[in-house]
Design a binder for this molecule. Structure first.
Ligand code: CA
Length: 235
């Protein structure tokens, strides 16, 4: 497992690198955004740890560039900026997790492990009605029509499909998709579900994503749902 750390503060970079290497990871360090982006172009990484306050550019700009090139690379943001606004912005731009400085190394290690574990899910084709998600190629289509999803929309849809017919609470979705406790940020789920619906449901008559009032969300297709009345035996 190879990790890239983009961090200009030498003391923190040294501390994180040493800790991760002692835990068995290979770590490369970059001390600014340009250098980090260059490294990402040169080698394949399993995880990016990204500081937000860099000498040459805002870490969020780095994140945006990384996401354009590589939508699936897990990204953990490391920042002294812990405001809700910064977190939401980071998550919106496709960061997978957010750790506020100062942090304990064990906390960082737990987040790194969780992110890397998530990256190893088995390739699989998931389906609800005519909606198909290919988790290996990261592609989604409905009725044969390809649909482009943002990374978090994809992650939410994949999670719903892996739990087809089960209601998932907003908290479950936040904790799964961002792998952390963002209680208070569960409204972000509603925003993402709205985006998701506009892409996978609005153009079709059968709406796959159901809102279960007071509980959360569920995905299921018409032919997989129980009929409302008692089913008559086929003759
Ligand atoms: Ca910094």
């Amino acid at each position: 497992m190879r990790i890239l750390l983009i961090e200009d503060e030498k003391r923190i970079a040294a501390f994180v690198t040493r800790g991760l290497e002692e835990s068995g990871y290979s770590v490369d360090c970059a001390e600014n955004g340009q250098q980090g982006l260059a490294r990402l172009g040169e080698a394949a990484y399993d995880l990016l740890i990204l500081d937000l306050m860099l000498p040459d550019m805002d870490g969020l700009v780095v994140l945006e560039k990384v996401r354009n090139r590589n939508p699936t690379l897990p990204v953990l943001i490391l920042s002294a900026r812990g405001s809700l606004d910064d977190r939401v912005k980071g998550l919106d731009l496709g960061a997978d997790d957010y750790l506020v400085k100062p942090f304990a190394f064990v906390e960082l290690l737990a987040r790194v492990r969780a992110l890397l574990r998530r990256g190893q899910s088995l390739p699989e084709r998931l389906q609800a009605g005519d909606l198909v998600l290919d988790s290996l190629r990261r592609k989604v289509s409905r009725g044969g029509v390809p649909i482009d999803l943002a990374p978090k929309e994809f992650a939410i849809l994949e999670y719903l499909l892996r739990n087809k017919g089960r209601v998932l609470s907003r908290t479950m979705i936040v904790e799964h998709v961002w792998e952390t406790d963002y209680s208070g940020l569960t409204n972000i789920v509603d925003v993402y579900i709205r985006h998701l619906r506009s892409k996978i449901d609005d153009p079709w008559p059968d709406k796959l994503i159901k809102t279960v009032r007071g509980m959360g969300y569920m995905i299921s297709a018409a032919e997989e749902r129980e009929p409302a009345g008692s089913a008559s035996p086929t003759s």
